[in-house]
Design a protein around this ligand. Structure first.
Ligand code: SF4
Length: 333
């Protein structure tokens, strides 16, 4: 039987990268993502079960999806997450599974995640300064985060990247210390331009520390770096390598250098909605199909239709921009 056509949108972009949010809950409160309290989280019964996620991924894999990223909220607050990882890494066609975490609970779970077959970790950490960590996250959890990172290294994780959200007039003092911390440990820092996804509409273009500004800071403090030819031009980060061989740095310049024309990403929210873009306004429900016993062909058609209707990209830089109604913590990175 001929293999089904891949997921191609009207701009000829092939979609093979699925980001799965397994919860909208989190154990810290980054001001550029979540309000402090109270927060109305999704009811447990409305959250997809591991079996439903696995079912959806099997269908998506049959349409060419081969890369998965597990996100949240904070995915490690979801109980028994290694069980889901174990299911997903064994699905035919899935070649790569990664996790994005804030590492507060990583010390407890690193071994089980590694044993379940996870090999790639992105750790969201903006600062190594305890006071600024508290200021950004409204929680005093930096010691646990650093212990979690050390434990991840101890159990064998080699591909560790640190995601740093670059808010201007806040994290400038952290840029170089974070880069040095990563150089010393063989990690790759990825500096992410602040995007208008926060639930309190704090975003303002003047608060965006641009990728080029960060690269200049690192070049003058640490040394020259050269652009690394894109191993995957569809990956969001533009990679640079230090000329002295001291490692790599990634820049995700979503605001100043949008990369939507190469986008290959689809998102599944924890309550079973498909989003063809981080900034999508409309969503497509698949939970109803998964819970009503709909045939896989119907789930596949729904996924295809969602991608067929995908826009060319976000409009952050145009007056037409409308912030997505769903906040970042309920979308996942
Ligand atoms: S903003 Fe949307 S279209 Fe652009 S790269 Fe991100 S997910 Fe893709």
């Amino acid at each position: 039987m001929p293999s089904p056509l891949p997921l191609i949108d009207s701009f000829n972009r092939v979609h093979d990268n699925l980001r799965i949010s397994v919860t909208d809950r989190c154990n810290i409160r980054c001001f550029y993502c979540m309000p402090d309290e109270p927060i109305q989280f999704t009811e447990r019964e409305e959250i997809l079960t591991f079996e439903e996620i696995e079912h959806f991924v099997r269908v998506a894999a049959s349409l060419g999806v081969n890369k998965l990223r597990i996100t949240g909220g904070e995915p490690l607050v979801r109980r028994d997450l290694p069980e889901l990882i174990e299911k997903l890494v064994s699905i035919p066609g899935i070649k790569d599974v990664a996790l994005t975490t804030n590492a507060v609970l990583l010390k407890q779970h690193a071994q089980a995640l590694y044993d379940a077959g996870l090999r790639r970790l992105n750790i969201h950490l903006d600062t190594l300064d305890r006071e600024r960590f508290k200021q950004i996250t409204r929680r005093d959890e930096l010691p646990r985060v650093l212990a979690g990172i050390d434990e991840a290294v101890r159990v064998g994780f080699e591909k560790i990247k640190l995601n740093v959200v670059a808010v201007k007039n806040l994290i400038e003092p952290d840029i170089v210390p974070m880069a040095v911390y990563c150089r010393e440990r063989g990690f790759e820092p990825r500096f992410i331009e602040f995007m208008p996804l926060d639930s309190q509409s704090l975003w303002d273009r003047r608060k965006v520390l641009l990728a080029d500004e960060i690269r200049e800071m690192l070049t003058s403090a640490i040394g020259p770096m050269v652009a690394v030819p894109d191993s995957d031009p569809r990956a969001p980060a533009t990679d640079f390598a230090y000329s002295d061989g001291g490692g790599r740095v990634g820049f995700i310049a979503s605001v100043s250098k949008p990369f939507c024309l190469n986008c290959n990403r689809i998102r599944l929210t924890s309550d079973g909605k498909l989003r063809y873009c981080l900034f999508a306004i409309e969503e497509t429900d698949v939970k109803g199909l998964l819970r009503s016993g709909a045939p896989d062909s119907e789930i596949a058609d729904t996924l295809r239709r969602n991608i067929a209707g995908k826009w060319i990209g976000h409009e952050i830089n145009s007056s037409k921009f409308i912030p997505p109604p769903r906040p970042m913590y309920a979308i996942g990175g």
